[in-house]
Structure formats: structure tokens, C-alpha cells
Ligand binder design. Sequence first.
Ligand code: UD1
Ligand code: CA
Length: 453
Amino acid sequence: MEVVILAAGQGKRMRSVLPKVLQLLAGRPLLAHVLASARMLGARRICVVHGHGGEAVRSRLDAPGLVWVEQNPQLGTGHAVLQAVPHLSADARVLVLFGDVPLIGASTLARLRDAAGQDRLALLTVEIDDPTGYGRILRDGAGRVTRIVEEKDATPGECRVHEINTGILVAPAARLRDWLQRIGNDNAQGEYYLTDIVGLAASDGVEIVTVAPDDVSETLGVNSKAQLAALERIFQASVARGLLDAGVTLVDPARLDVRGELVCGRDVRIDVNCVFEGRVELGDGVIVGANCVLRDVRIGSGTRVAPFSHLDGTVTGEACVLGPFARTRPGTVLANGVHIGNFVEIKNSVIDDDSRANHLSYIGDADIGVRVNIGAGTITCNYDGADKYRTEIGDDAFIGSDTQLVAPVRVGRGATLGAGTTLTRDAPPDQLTVSRARQQSHAGWVRPTKKGG
Ligand code: UD1
Ligand code: CA
């Protein structure tokens, strides 16, 4: 099968400089969702008909097997498909999709394809309570489809039909080409309607079959930000249902956003208002507290992420505790039993088993051994304004509070750094290293008082 995706519309009602099909649903462009469904069917070739902003769309989503066809000017859906026809094999079956109907599912499309067989015209249609704005499916006394009428061209009687055209169809390529060359634009909108091929198919004696989608939401289009927001919630609700079915505890399925892939082990518990981006893996028994954002992370079994943590490009081992208010950035690798507390930022650092940084620290470009204790307010000074340098801290080291480690610098195994130390040279193992002015007390000193007044 070959696929044509119509994506030339400007989407003025989105009021955005971004082409409509690049607007994000669950973190991915609308068109990416449609392409994913088309690919799941094993489509041989996919033609995307673009217009406004075509280059931006192409550079964002180009991939092998995609053919980009420009439609300029835009003279209607029939004219749009006609632009793709020269790129289609004459013996192919052609599936027409809309770039702004993102929830269309592969299983619905597979049924439509199977209903079409080799030589039928298959239409995806649906009965809806309020058919306003859609093309209506017209049938004869025997129930056979005779044509589609657009609402603007419909008689009041035709407007009362509740079976509507979703726009999605499958047709044999050679027939499609012939019909598209025969349609005109003598209608209320002066456009070449794709829907007019249905009347031609009927009069040519081609069998026309209709298929209903698995779920009506699959056929919803995005024309406005309000519709985009509504589809986002439908999408997220279905993700949440999938997680619940897989045994994940979601404290409130309506307050979860997955913008990528979330893979969970057994007995995972996710509190409210968490956002998952990219690929996130949560091991068995992981707990994610309220209001966390996790992007491209792998969390080991039994680890607890406390509320308001922001984890990015991070891997953790088992039984770690992060947050509340932890921030980990790309390149963070935590082994087992590591504790990262509140207002601790970690970047591009490896922290080994059972080490702790419980309060208010910045750890960047560091390699930290096992059982290291990092005191409150510790900072790795990893950047001299031009280059970044690493800090190494050996096993069992104790870093006193308010310490600055001016990299490149090494702290030996078992070393202790006194609070307030600014470490500019390596600290030897097993010794106390302190750098700070000696404390003095002045007996008999008198506090100044305000003069005059
Ligand atoms: C179309 C159908 C209508 C159906 C409805 C479902 C026709 C004539 N009408 O109407 O029966 O009920 O969709 O939503 O097909 N596009 C192009 N080039 C063009 C015109 C449109 O690429 O010249 C693309 C748009 O970007 C959009 C899709 O085709 O993705 C549908 O176009 P739109 O103008 O929204 O069609 P409707 O009038 O809603
Ligand atoms: Ca539309």
C-alpha cells in the first residue's frame, strides 16, 4: 500500500508561525503521529503534500521512504491528492490521510485497507450527533453509497444525514488518477473536492464500502488550539489507561503527561502532575512523587523520586532517594543507594554506591567514589570561564559543608575536607585538609555605637 498525507493547509486558526502539522501533540508534531500510523501498516511509500511552511515540515520530519510534494496554489483536497499521483505506482492501493487528524490508529486503517481489497473504494465514515461542517455520506434505497456532498453544497434534507465523511479513504491508484482528472470545481467553494471521486466511482460501477473507526476520536481534526488541547487530553487519557492496565498506580490518571515513551516495571507508583518526556524507564517499585519532570531517564528498582524533582539524561541504580527538589542534568549516573537531596544540581557526574549529597550543592563533571558524604553547600568549580575540568573524590571521603573544589582537583580516599575549604590542590588520602582563616576571639572588644544624634 502507498499513502498520501494531505498537509498543505495553513491552519490560520492556530494563530501560530509554526505550520499546523508541526504543532505538538504529546510532544511530537501532529504529522509525526500520522506518519507513525502509516508506517505501522507497512506502507511502501508515503507522499506528504505540503504547502505553507513546507521546508520547515520537511527538515523536521524527513526520513527514507518519504516523498515531499508541494501543492501551490491550494485548490482543494482533490487537487492536493492529484499532485501526489505521479509519485504513486499504478498498481498500488492508495490510502489518503490528513496531516491534522493525528489520533488515527493503525488497527482502524488496517480494517479500512482490508475492506478495500484490490479494487474497491473504501471510506472511513462515522455517525455523529452533530454533523455540522462535515461532508455527508449519501446512500440509495438499497443502502449503497452514491456520493458525498459537502455541507456548503448540501440541501437541507442532505444536511440531516448524520453519517459523515472523515476524509480518510483507500482507493486503487489507477482509478484514483482517472477520477481525479475528471472532477471539476463547480461547487460552492470553487475547489476540486476529493469527495467527488465517490460519485464517479458509483457511476463507474466500482463497489464502495464504508468502515467505522475503532474510536470516534481517531477521526478528530485539529483546526484550533482548543481542539489541540482537547486531543491532547484524549491522547493522555489513553496512555494513562494503558499504564493502569499494566499495573502502574496512577494517583490521578487525569494528571499525568507522557510525551514520549514511559516503560514501567511492577508496582510503580506515580503521584499527580508528573511529566515524562523522551524515553523514561522506571524499574520495579519505583515511586515518583508529585510534580516531577523526568526526561530521558532510567530509574533503578526501589528508587524513590520525591516531589518537585527535575531529572534529565540520568541513570540511577537501585534504592536511591532523589529530592525533593533534586535537579539532575545529562550525564548523571548514580549507582545504588545514592541519596541526592533538596536543591542539589548534578551534571555529567558519576556517583558510586551509597554516597550522599543531601543539601544545596552543585556537582558538575565529577567522579565520586563509594560512601562519600558531600556536605551542604558544596560546589565543584568546574569551569574557569573557558574550559571545563573534572573533580575526583575517592571512596569514603568526607566533604565538609560550604566547600569549593576548584577543578581539576582530586580528593584522596578517606580524606576529610574541613568546612569552608576552598580546595585548589589535591587533598591527600586519610588526612584532614582545611583551608580557612584561623578563628579568633577578641576579649574586651566593644561594638561601635552611632555617633551624634
Ligand atoms: C474535508 C472533506 C469533508 C470531510 C472533512 C473531514 C473534502 C472536499 N471535504 O472537508 O467531506 O467531512 O474533510 O474533516 O475533501 N488540504 C490540502 N490542500 C488543499 C485543501 C486541503 O492539503 O488544497 C488538506 C488540509 O491541510 C487538511 C485536509 O486537506 O489536512 C482537509 O482539508 P479541509 O479544508 O480541512 O477540508 P474540509 O473542508 O474540512
Ligand atoms: Ca477540516
